[in-house]
Design a protein around this ligand. Structure first.
Ligand code: GLY
Length: 374
């Protein structure tokens, strides 16, 4: 195990303070202040208490900058995260979210999103929604205007239209061509010709190199955008939005819209989210587990690593998901921000980055990791 940061002594005292604050029914910035006094000026919590922080997946540098800008302008943290991830949802070049997201196996873009508001502990989410570019905004409407948490499929689309959202085809020319290529290479026992079977290639079609094939496999389950924030007053919110696993079975729902899996926010403790192989974030209650690890005293990075370790231990029971050394053959990335503004992220396999703006400008940092790259 690498990059294991041992700040347990300090953090246990913050965790205890969190529990005491929760038991006493304290709200808002109370914990930040308690954490600060307990820490006595030593450690991440003390250094950052009272400051804004936004953390996101690596595709969220603009997202964290926008979220921090909106929080500083006095906007509610849930609105700030939804506005922040909206940049990626509208970007046709981000093939893992919103417009230009990779489609399901039928060539239809199906989106999942969730948002959670710490101060009210209310969540909203949509799953398998089609033709709506900003599913996170629809999830926010579920949160604000309904007594429900999750609306799926055609119901979600109709709910969005009722709220004035515009329907549009989210497949771009580039993702359409990639999908058709995937379709042609899916099987040797159908009537589609693979690149190497084609006799006539007027458009210059050529077989992928092995490196391109590896990148395609890796990219299939990568992507998604998560963003968690804490305000200077210690209020939290989080949002996760995705087009999900590329070429998925229609109706497949990943972790992103599932509260506790791809997103969980507890205003007394922190907020966390996941990107990568959603099935494992679901089966480990990933984001909820990270927040619970923080409540137990771990710092955000330690909390993410602890959950990844559990995932890696459990997944050995499914042989197709591990390599010859018993290590997971997929990536999963966890992100967390604590109520005092401390932040951290970890990935299963070395090499991922995350985006953060803790008041010192938006930037990328390297994730801690559980396993070195092969
Ligand atoms: N983590 C995104 C998904 O699996 O759909």
């Amino acid at each position: 195990m690498s990059n294991h940061i041992d700040r347990r002594g300090f953090l246990v005292s913050v965790g205890a303070a969190a529990g005491a604050a929760a038991t006493a029914g304290l709200t808002g910035g109370a914990l930040g202040a308690v954490g600060q006094s307990q820490a006595g000026g030593a450690g991440v919590g003390a250094r950052r208490a009272g400051r804004v922080c936004a953390i996101s997946s690596a595709n969220g540098v603009q997202t964290v900058a926008k979220a921090v800008e909106r929080i500083r302008a006095g906007v509610d943290p849930a609105l700030a995260v939804v506005e922040g991830v909206g940049i990626a949802e509208a970007d046709p070049n981000d093939k893992t979210v919103g417009l230009g997201g990779r489609p399901n196996e039928l060539g239809i873009v199906e989106l999942d999103a969730s948002v959670m508001h710490g101060p009210t502990h209310k969540a909203g989410s949509v799953a398998s929604i089609q033709n709506i570019m900003h599913p996170a905004q629809v999830a926010l409407k579920v949160l604000q205007y309904t007594d429900h948490v999750m609306i799926v499929g055609d119901g979600a689309r109709k709910f969005a239209i009722a709220h004035g959202f515009k329907e549009e085809d989210l497949l771009t020319e580039e993702t359409r061509q990639e999908w058709m290529r995937w379709r042609r290479h899916r099987s040797d026992i159908d009537d589609w010709l693979t690149d190497s079977q084609m006799d006539w290639k007027p458009d210059g079609t050529r077989p992928l190199t092995n490196a391109e094939k590896r990148a395609e496999i890796e990219e299939r389950s990568a992507g998604t955008i998560h963003c968690s924030v804490v305000t200077p007053a210690g209020d939290l919110a989080g949002c996760t939005t995705t087009s999900g696993l590329a070429y998925k079975i229609p109706g497949r729902v990943g972790d992103s819209p599932i509260i506790g899996a791809g997103l969980f926010t507890d205003n007394e403790v922190g907020s966390a989210g996941a990107t990568g192989r959603g099935e494992e974030a679901i089966q480990s209650c990933g984001a909820h587990s990270v927040v619970m690890e923080m409540a137990g005293g771990k710092d955000p990075t330690e909390a993410c690593l602890a959950v990844l370790k559990k995932v890696a231990d459990r997944v050995r029971r499914q042989r197709r998901l591990v390599d010859e050394r018993g290590r997971p053959n997929f990536n999963l990335v966890l992100y967390a921000v604590r109520k005092d503004g401390a932040y951290g992220s970890a990935c299963m396999i070395e090499g991922r980055e995350f985006a953060v703006d803790d008041g010192n400008g938006a930037r990328r940092e390297k994730c801690a990791f559980l396993f070195e790259a092969r």
